[in-house]
Design a protein around this ligand. Sequence first.
Ligand SMILES: [Zn+2]
Ligand SMILES: [Zn+2]
Length: 311
Amino acid sequence: MKQQQNPTTASNEANEANEAADSVRFWGVRGSIPSPGPHTAQVGGNTSCVEVNLAGERVIIDGGSGLRQLGTAHGALPLDAHLLFSHLHWDHIQGVPFCGPLYNPRSRVRMLGPADLHAALAKQMSGPTFPVSLEVMGARLSFEPIRPGATLRIGAITVRTAPLSHPGGAIGYRLEHAGRAVVYASDTEHPEHGLDAALLELAANADVLIYDAQYTPEEYPQRVGWGHSTWLKGCELAEAARARALVLFHHDPTRDDDAVAAIEATARARFAGARAAREGLVLTLDTRGEAKGSAGAAMTRGDAARDGVHL
Ligand SMILES: [Zn+2]
Ligand SMILES: [Zn+2]
């Protein structure tokens, strides 16, 4: 694991990494509802959307409002991607109607997720709350249901899944190729005692564990049963799973930049590989073999808005 030497190089390399190298890019890191404004500008206000480039495949996880940003950055180019949905709550699908490349007839997007994925996206794009239908999208779209617990393939990537603890259910994903693994576990609530065994197994030795840290441990007792977890449970899970890096994700919409930074600092004191998700953050998956077990110790924050980090 090595830290970029200078910000300019980091930014350029991060852009190139988006096209070629194995990487994780955060387009939307917020939970529940977009929360733009001056007090959230550093962390970002868009809801859940993460892009994983692995083994030459572009995999997008969740279609929150961050997906609009991804689409805008992609421009007029056709998009060839796999779009995995954890579940169908608004903050995970609301960016779909605003993703420009989905209207490009040359785009080809394979959508995978809960069985009622197509129905939910079609309903979202219907009257009286939306002007045009899903059929207006010109891209070649396919829809495939995933049963939580199933294993599937995306090109050379092995995708393992696990059921998460969330009202209505949610799917956790582990994307693995050539010994590198990225795990996405949002939205999920930790058990009353101990850790979620299925999630612990899913996250085992992950290079990157993206985890639902919507609440603080102090807030959580007032939100039991709402389907979200805390930074502390994230640290415990990452430690037990021997994950290299923990990315605190799905920030509460009430959390401003200072509050996220404070949580990040507290979490890092507990687990050295912890960091807060921010829009524009890019984690590049480096070659394996070095720094295993010293997860994130070499990582520093850098530019909060445009951050390139080698793992
Ligand atoms: Zn959510
Ligand atoms: Zn949810």
